[in-house]
Design a protein around this ligand. Sequence first.
Ligand code: 5GP
Length: 196
Amino acid sequence: MDQKHGHRIVVLSGPSGSGKTTLVRHLIQCAPVKLVKSVSATTRPPRPGEVHGDDYWFLSADEFRARLGQDKFIEHAEVFSSGFLYGTLWSELDRAWGQEGWAFLEIDVQGAMKVVQQYPDAVTIFVRTPSPEEFERRLRARGTESEDVIQRRLATAATELQLADRYKYVVVNDQLETAVSEICAILKAEEKARNA
Ligand code: 5GP
């Protein structure tokens, strides 16, 4: 592996409803640096249209625990108190670095902090909505979640927002294009700093 590219990690977090997924799609296409999206493992069942190995590695709880036992994860967490586990496999980082790219992790706050403990150099970006009211409106507009899930996500989001200051960058996703170009500028500057 080229040492110059060895430890490039960018971590993006933010409450669900902050527009992260769309943002990630745009960034992969137009970022000024090579981003290789890490495919997380999860015990959550696939949603309609989700593809194994593309959206997630969908594992049974036993399969997930077996990999935990083998130290295959850089981090893992139970998200939303849902009982489902999510984790980033070391093999995903190796895949990104093998392509001389940035490993691009879209993970929750707990996971992000664990990555930073191991890679203090990781570029951490927190995406937030303009206001709690706007966040709730977006979450409800999706119409895909039950009230119970919405309430849990709102509670998680409130906690996550308090943690935003642990991130190196906070980007408000009000206008998609503005947020994309802000993040592109961050990545360009970080790449430049590493090449200096
Ligand atoms: P969803 O189930 O909606 O796809 O994702 C739920 C949450 O899990 C999101 O907040 C996402 O950031 C988080 N997540 C996805 N993959 C990982 C992972 O590998 N590690 C951690 N810690 N969180 C993850």
